[in-house]
Design a binder for this molecule. Structure first.
Ligand code: CUA
Length: 305
């Protein structure tokens, strides 16, 4: 998994990485120059010649010229005002304490694809992400793919990114947003266009039917315990937008916004021990459920690919 600013995996991140190297190199050169001047000043005795010229030149004109040149260089690189190309993939991401709601703009006549904490995108295609927040200020940051943009309640910000190479790129909420700010990770999965299309077709379907008695019991337990009061599973119970949509939760890499690698056992563990794994999360621990029911729930949810 790649997560570094300087290991750019897309054109937007490449711009940022190049700019970073320019700043490192320029800053390094200026530092060496200043240290050279310092050594020269320490070696000579008596007052420096033309003090005024040094102060004006080195203190006003030189930094003014460097900063103005940088400003002119950076201005066209700032992506916020760019309109996305017509064939861009449109995704909206809403920050919640402490998870990411991800919605893909739907084609008329098709159900909306809703997922959480993971964004799948096809490699090489521009993705325009509309960023919003449901509660406090969060900040969307996937360092290997794009810069950082705040998610502000009542406002919509846009972020454009694209990935060149298939892979999993870790992101992180980059604005302190409460006690579980640190466990507000997200992952961008860049796939080949064919793999992305296969995933998209799968996500359009309602939840898979239970294939085993354990999965059948898990589905019943989900409804009997009113898990659908917070979570939508299309095809089981009522829809709700309070918590992450679980229609295809088994296809995701992690649980709890990067808290645990996903598996049926991890799902059962998560349901029973949310408050131990992620204290303060909006979901209570369901530790009162017996071990068999928890295992059945994990089996069923894990089967929802
Ligand atoms: Cu959301 Cu920090």
């Amino acid at each position: 998994m790649n997560s570094g600013v300087l290991q750019a995996a897309g054109p937007v991140a490449q711009t940022i990485a190049s700019l970073s190297w320019l700043l490192f190199a320029g800053g390094g050169l200026i530092f060496l120059g200043v240290m050279g001047l310092l050594a020269w000043a320490l070696r000579r005795h008596g007052s420096a010649p033309r003090t005024r010229l040094w102060i004006l030149g080195g203190g006003v004109i030189f930094p003014g010229a460097v900063l103005a040149a940088l400003f002119v260089h950076v201005l066209p690189l700032t992506p916020f005002r760019q309109a996305p190309p017509a064939d861009a993939l449109l995704v909206s991401v809403t920050g919640h304490m402490w998870w990411w709601e991800v919605r893909y703009t739907s084609t008329p006549g098709q159900p909306e694809i809703v997922t959480a904490n993971e964004i799948r995108i096809p490699g090489g295609r521009t993705v325009a992400i509309a960023l919003a927040s449901d509660d406090v200020i969060h900040s969307f940051w996937v360092p290997a793919l794009a810069g950082k943009v705040d998610m502000v309640p009542g406002r919509r910000h846009q972020l454009i990114l694209s990935g060149d190479r298939p892979g999993v790129y870790r992101g992180q909420c980059a604005e302190f947003c409460g006690e579980q700010h640190a466990r507000m990770a997200l992952h961008v999965v860049v796939e080949t266009p064919a793999a992305f299309e296969a995933w998209r077709q799968g996500q359009l379907l309602a939840a898979a039917s239970p294939a085993t008695p354990a999965q059948q019991r898990g589905r019943q337990a989900f409804i009997a315990n009113r898990c659908d009061a917070c979570h939508t599973v299309r095809g089981a119970g009522e829809p709700s937008r309070l918590g992450p949509d679980l229609t295809h939760v088994g296809s995701r890499l992690h649980l709890g916004a990067g808290s645990l690698p996903n598996s049926p056992a991890a799902l059962a563990h998560w349901i029973a021990h949310v408050q131990q794994i992620k204290p303060g999360a909006r979901m209570p621990s369901f530790g009162q459920l017996d071990a068999t029911t928890l295992a059945d729930l994990g089996e069923w949810l894990g089967s929802l690919k």
